[in-house]
Design a protein around this ligand. Sequence first.
Ligand code: CP3
Length: 372
Amino acid sequence: MYPTTVPLRSELKRKPDKSADLNRTSSASGTLTNRERFLNACFCRPVDRPPVWLMRQAGRCLPEYRALREKFSFLEIVQTPELAAEVTLQPIRRFDFDAAILFSDILVVPEALGQGYRFRDGGGIEMEFGLRAQDIDRLETNAIAERLDYVSKALPLIKDALGDRTALLGFAGSPWTLANFMLEGGSAKQHTKAYELFLADRQLFDSLCHKLTEAVTTFLEMQIKAGVDAIQIFDSHGGFAPAKDFDALSGRWITQIIENLRGQVPVIVFSKGANLSWNELIATGADVLGVDWNVRLTDLRKRLPRDIAIQGNLDPSLLTNATPEEIAVATKRLLNEMRGNNGYIFNLGHGVPPTARLDSIESLVATVRNFK
Ligand code: CP3
C-alpha cells in the first residue's frame, strides 16, 4: 500500500536514508492522495505521476482573489488568519493542486524586524526606508514569533480544510534575497547594494545575514510546529549573486537554516538564476531543488545526486502567451523528459503571472494529472 511509503513526522526528525528508498518499487494497488504523492516526490520515492503545484498559484490571476482585494488590502489579507486561509484554498478548490502554499509574503520577515513595506502605485514593492549600514544593529530578531503570530493562527485553519488530501507548504525568503530587498528599499531595477556591502564591509554584511538567518529559522520553526508538510526557501535573487561568491552571499545562510531545521520536514530550495552554482546548492542539504526555465531538466538530472528531487520548470510567460493546446504540448515535453524519475515535482520556472489565462492553467494541470 502506498500510504506506508509516506514518512511520519516522527520519522522525519532524523534525516531518512533516502538511498535505500530509491530501491523500493511501487505497488500498483492503492491510490496516492495528493499529499502522499507530493511527499513521495520530495523524497524521490515512487509516484503514480508527478505531483503539481505552481509558485504564486494564489493571487491576481484568480477572479475570486481579485474580488477579495476589492474589499481588503494585501496586508489585511496576509495578517488576518481567516482571509489568508481563504486565499490559500482558492487555487486548491479551482485546480485541486497536490500542494497548497500558505498565502503570505517573503517581506513579512523584514517587516517583523522593523522595516515595513507597501505597494507602489505603478507596481512593485517599496520598503518604508532603505536599510542603511547603521540600521542593521537595530533590527530586532527577538519578537519574530510574536509579530508573525497571525501565520501560526492561519496554518491550522488551512490544515483543517485540507485534511490529509493536500500537502501544505510553508515558506520564507532566503537571507540574501531579503537583504537585497531591504538594502535596495524595495523592488529595484538593479541589485547592487547588497553585493556592495559584502565587498565594502564583510563583517556588517555577515551580521545582517546572520540576523536574517535567525529570523527565518524562527519563522520556519513556527510554521513546522503549526503543521506544514514541507517548506520552500525562495532565493529569488540568487541569480544576482556572482557565482564565485554564491556560497558566501547566499548558499551558506541557506545551509545554516536547513541545518537549524534538523530534517523535520523536506526543504525545497528555489534559487532563481543561480544556474552556475549547483555544487553550492547541493551542499545546502536541500531535499528538492527548484529550477527556473533556463535549465534543461535532463542535463540537471544527470548533474544532481539521485536522492535530490527536482521542481520546475515551465516558462511562466507561456501561461499568458500560449494557447491551452500549446501549454499541453509544452507540459508533456517536460513530463516526458523526466519520465522514470521519481523525484520530480511539476511547477513553473517562476511564479504565475497576474496575466495568466485560467484555461491554460487548467490545461497544464489536466496534462500532468492524466500523464501515464
Ligand atoms: O505562491 C503563492 O501563491 C503564495 C503567496 C506568495 C506571495 N508572495 C503572494 C503575493 C509567495 C510565496 C510570495 C513570495 C514572494 N514575495 C517572493 C518570492 C517569489 C518570487 O516571486 O520570486 C518575492 C520576491 C516577494 C516580494 C513581493 N511580493 C513582490 C516583488 C511583489 C509584487 C509586487 C507587484 O506589484 O508586482 C509582492 C506582492 C505579492 N505577493 C502579491 C501576491 C499575490 C501581489 C499582491 C496584490 O497586488 O494583490
